[in-house]
Design a binder for this molecule. Structure first.
Ligand code: ADP
Ligand code: TRP
Length: 320
């Protein structure tokens, strides 16, 4: 498999990003080839503060490395460091039907709400297609919110191939485990737009406070409860060991416990679960030169691959 995925640097990563996406990307890093990039060109459609975008971009690289991305196994780079992708994007734009892009949800939703949309948002899926096609990737691990974009990519690739000959490898989405939907502190889907996140690299003390404020129901302590339907238990399951999870499930079924106990156990387990990554993150953050070196090396490798695909595509459409 040739795996590729991108992560937008739009804020601090939370448990939903990790368990729902990042962990699963990293599990694929040992494949025949794997490319992971920080999608700062895409983020520019929403983050319009230059300092913040630069910081989020570097932070995202440090986060991925701290969480186990290994630059000797995978190619890690920043999207804007590979200009070939933007050039390829133009080739794809020239054949992208307006109707196809008008149906894409990010643009459609914004328009439906009467919000001003720009051409960057409108053409967002085409840049994403260029990202994917530039590395001859065949497997794109993404959350279900990105399936439509992979379909657009496949449409654009097949119409280009149909018109100009076999240039692009047809990619497939690898849909991430849907059961990995992580609930937020209010029980709704965890998302930074809902302000209900637990961040991966949050200060443990601050995180503990947040956990103690997680909303719970008001059933009496002694009543037996179904653990599986409870968001506190779902969060605990992500960071606890199997034995701890089973013991907690038994406690729920028996009843006679307070949610305060569960919250305390959750805070302890979370601190332990992410402690190694937290230490690694602090070490990496103290070595900016090393991070720049890893990203420069990744970009050089990525450019080499993207350059070949771009040359193939340009030749096929007569741009010589
Ligand atoms: P947010 O909703 O916080 O803005 P993003 O849209 O930036 O998060 O998420 C990036 C990726 O992380 C998504 O494509 C999805 O795969 C994954 N993800 C985000 N939130 C969750 C969640 N609560 N549960 C599972 N996966 C999630
Ligand atoms: N749009 C993706 C997201 O918001 C990020 C992304 C950009 C991406 N380019 C990509 C993901 C190419 C997979 C492949 O999550």
């Amino acid at each position: 498999m040739r795996v590729l995925s991108g992560i937008q640097p739009t804020g601090r990563p939370h448990w939903g990003n990790y368990f729902g996406a990042i962990r699963q990307y990293i599990d694929l890093q040992g494949e025949q080839a794997s490319y992971y990039f920080i999608a700062n060109l895409h983020a520019l459609t929403t983050v319009r503060d230059s300092k913040l975008l630069a910081r989020y971009t570097l932070d995202a690289a440090i986060d991925l490395l701290a969480l186990g991305l290994d630059p000797t196994q995978a190619t890690l780079f920043v999207q804007s460091a590979v200009p070939e992708v933007s050039e390829l994007c133009w080739l794809l734009l020239t054949g992208a039907p307006m109707g196809l892009l008008e149906r894409c949800h990010a643009y459609k939703d914004k328009k439906a709400k009467g919000l001003p949309a720009d051409a960057g948002l409108f053409t967002y899926p085409v840049l994403m297609a260029a990202d994917i096609l530039a590395y001859d990737s065949d497997t794109v691990p993404v959350g279900d919110d990105q399936i439509q974009h992979i379909e657009v990519c496949r449409d654009l690739a097949s119409s280009f191939n149909h018109h100009f000959g076999q240039v692009f490898v047809m990619p497939k989405a690898k849909i991430l485990d849907a059961s990995a939907k992580v609930p937020g502190t209010d029980g709704e889907k965890m998302s930074k737009s809902y302000n209900n996140t637990l961040e991966i690299f949050e200060d443990p003390k601050a995180q503990r406070k947040k956990i103690m404020r997680i909303t719970t129901d008001s059933r009496p302590m002694e009543e037996p409860k179904d653990p599986l339907g409870d968001h506190l238990f779902q969060l605990y399951s992500l960071v606890a060991t199997t034995d701890e999870r089973e013991a907690m499930a038994a406690l729920y079924r028996r009843g006679g416990f307070g949610y305060g106990e569960v919250k305390k156990a959750l805070a302890d387990a979370a601190e332990r679960y992410f402690s190694e990554a937290r230490t690694r993150r602090a070490e990496l953050a103290a070595q900016p030169d090393r991070i720049h070196h890893i990203l420069a090396d990744g970009a050089a490798r990525a450019r080499q691959q993207a350059g070949q695909v771009l040359a193939r595509a340009k030749k096929a459409c007569g741009l010589i």
